[in-house]
Design a protein. Structure first.
Length: 184
């Protein structure tokens, strides 16, 4: 009985698993669908910073960050413009220091509140607590203001680099299609 069920199962599975014994020849163009419509690419909302060079539109930045890397490759033939964009990239790297100073400042404020919680306000530990709180707040705010002002002034380097390039190569101009700088 068991052998019979196994044989029947094997026959059923082999019937479905094996290719057909014959194949019909069909016209392959009759089975292919028509042209598949391409999806429309959605426009970014204010994040793309394009420029036009030699009739083509390019993004100023690489896909990973606002680093003006694509523009840098286009203006690399003019050393002064390339130097301005090198400065732009270097300043963006320097602005990251605010993350470290902000973290240290917040750590100082947490340390002052948690470790020195039981200190009396008129003792040296109490005054040390207030020094840590004010110092941590000042370090956090100072790092933020430094980074903010550095990045704000840094955005002026992009149009300046394009102007230098356009003056050096009047026949091969680059046109920015965005306003550099921040508006609030």
């Amino acid at each position: 009985m068991r052998a019979r069920k196994g044989l029947i199962s094997l026959l059923v599975l082999s019937a479905f698993a094996s290719p057909p014994a014959y194949s019909e020849c069909r016209d392959p163009s009759a089975e292919t669908p028509g042209r598949i419509p391409q999806p429309k690419i959605a426009q970014d909302v204010g994040c793309d910073r394009p420029f036009i060079h030699r009739g083509e539109v390019y993004p100023v930045d690489s896909p990973q960050a606002q680093d003006a890397l694509t523009l840098r490759t286009h203006v690399s033939e003019v050393p002064e413009a390339k130097a301005l964009l090198d400065t732009y990239q270097e300043r963006r790297e320097r602005s990251r220091i605010s993350a470290y100073t902000g973290s240290v400042g917040i750590f100082m404020m947490i340390l002052a509140n948690s470790v020195m919680r039981r200190a009396k306000p008129d003792s040296t530990v109490g005054s040390l607590k207030s020094v840590f709180q004010v110092g941590g707040l000042a370090l956090t705010a100072g790092g933020f203001l430094y980074s903010f002002s550095l990045l704000r002034t840094n955005e002026r380097l992009i149009p300046e680099a394009v102007d230098v390039y356009n003056r050096a190569r009047p026949d091969d101009k680059i046109e920015l299609k965005f306003e550099a700088g921040w508006t609030f």
